[in-house]
Design a protein around this ligand. Structure first.
Ligand SMILES: Nc1nc2c(ncn2[C@@H]2O[C@H](COP(=O)(O)OP(=O)(O)O)[C@@H](O)[C@H]2O)c(=O)[nH]1
Ligand SMILES: [Mg+2]
Length: 388
């Protein structure tokens, strides 16, 4: 049957009204996606979000730590024609937890979710999670790989699965809540709740959801939805998941963090171990008749410095870890440079104090303290930080 002009006009009007109604749905949910070299995953992710959440009422906030593969450019390219897509490009910064916090604080949406950008988390779960929190029965909803109906096949190793189990047991103690997957990085809550807690969150190492659950008073009511954890779509994993190590750093941060910055505590710990390494190497290679003290001491110093660099990279700065042969080499060289200056300051100050009549061990300790602070400040800026 042929359509009359009026009918045709009516259809157009209806379609326009529908489009307007959809387009003007107010912003309800922000999905925060921290990214590091995820260029190929951005466009498909936006498509999947649209498929799961509909044409409006949501936005995606990609928080990119200045990825070399042009992830931020790719997100901006999409954002030019799609205002639901936003980008926070962080320069000279690294870290999943702090990226998530910043993204969550950068939206006007009343509900906010955090998920991985590599497609291991299924956006189709977002609506269920949103419904749970909107109902008022729950404060936080999260996707669990180990809940009934979920699976962790996408986990790259058995070791990681084991690590998750240990972490769950610890988390139970910490949060007072039964969680099947405490290390999950896929969760949703009211943005207001997050903002109220933002000042308390550590922003390093510690899995961010766990940090939120552990710091909340009163305790949050948690809804689990089962997640079928998928293989990542493209790119590679950046996190090596010393889950247990992450957890330990988180605990230190939580209980000691208000007195000593955790990084400095870890740096000091590594420095202390370095002294043992130094003495052990010295004792092993120094034979007065064969190798002179100077040479032995220099060798021990190099070994200890290299050991300290390696352990700091693995532990103290695990969230900003240097990788690759050239990254490691330059990092190591700069670390040695920082330590050399620290040693110089150490000797200069200790000598001065000693000359002024300070007891010898007191002078030495002041020298060591100055060198530690100096090395820490220099290496966190130049080796692992802003100016690397
Ligand atoms: N902004 C930011 N994102 C990160 C960082 N490290 C990892 N990510 C992102 O966090 C998500 C999870 O990381 P991934 O490497 O897949 O970890 P895995 O799934 O646990 O192996 C991905 O979207 C990564 O791109 C980081 O230092 N900064
Ligand atoms: Mg992943």
């Amino acid at each position: 049957m042929k359509m009359s002009h009026e009918q045709f006009q009516q259809q157009i009007d209806n379609a326009a009204a529908l489009a307007k109604a959809q387009a003007s749905r107010p912003l309800e949910l922000a999905v925060v996606l921290p990214t590091l070299n995820e260029r190929g995953n951005i466009a498909p992710m936006v498509e999947r979000l649209e498929a799961a959440l509909g044409p409006s009422g949501w936005e995606a906030v990609f928080v990119d730590d200045n990825s070399r593969d042009g992830t931020a450019e790719e997100a901006r390219r999409i954002g030019q024609t799609d205002s639901r897509v936003r980008v926070i490009q962080r320069i000279g910064r690294r870290g999943l937890a702090s990226a998530a916090i910043e993204g969550m604080c950068a939206t006007a949406a009343p509900y906010v979710a955090v998920m991985d950008a590599d497609h291991q988390h299924d956006p189709a779960l977002l609506l269920d999670m949103l419904a749970a929190v909107k109902s008022g029965d729950y404060d936080l909803a999260y996707a669990s790989r180990f809940a009934e109906g979920g699976n962790a096949d996408g986990l790259s190793s058995k070791g990681r699965e084991k690590g998750s189990q240990i972490a769950n047991a610890l988390a139970r103690k910490l949060t007072g809540t039964e969680l099947t997957d405490a290390m999950s990085g896929f969760f949703l809550l009211r943005t207001e709740q997050l903002r109220a807690q933002a000042g308390e969150l550590s922003g390093i190492g510690f899995k961010i959801m766990l940090d939120i659950l552990a710091t909340a008073t009163p305790r949050l009511r948690v809804k689990e939805v089962p997640l079928k954890f998928a293989e990542r779509l493209s790119g590679e994993s950046k996190l090596d998941h010393g889950v247990v190590l992450d957890f330990a750093a988180g605990l230190i941060e939580r209980y000691l963090g208000r007195w000593v910055p955790v990084r400095f505590a870890l740096f000091g710990l590594v420095g202390g171990l370095g002294v043992f390494v130094h003495m052990a190497v010295l004792a092993a290679i120094y034979w007065p008749d064969e190798i002179g003290f100077g040479l032995a001491q220099a060798t021990a110093t190099m070994v200890a410095m290299t050991f300290n660099f390696w352990l700091n990279n693995l532990l103290t700065y695990r969230d900003k870890k240097l990788a690759g042969a050239s990254g490691m080499f330059w990092g190591w060289l700069k670390f040695c440079g920082a330590c050399a200056m620290g040693a110089f300051a150490n000797v200069a100050v200790a000598t001065l104090l000693n000359d002024r009549g300070f007891v010898w061990w007191g002078a030495a300790l002041v020298g060591v303290a100055i060198a530690s602070v100096w090395n820490y400040a220099l290496s966190s800026k130049f080796v692992w930080g802003r100016f690397r």
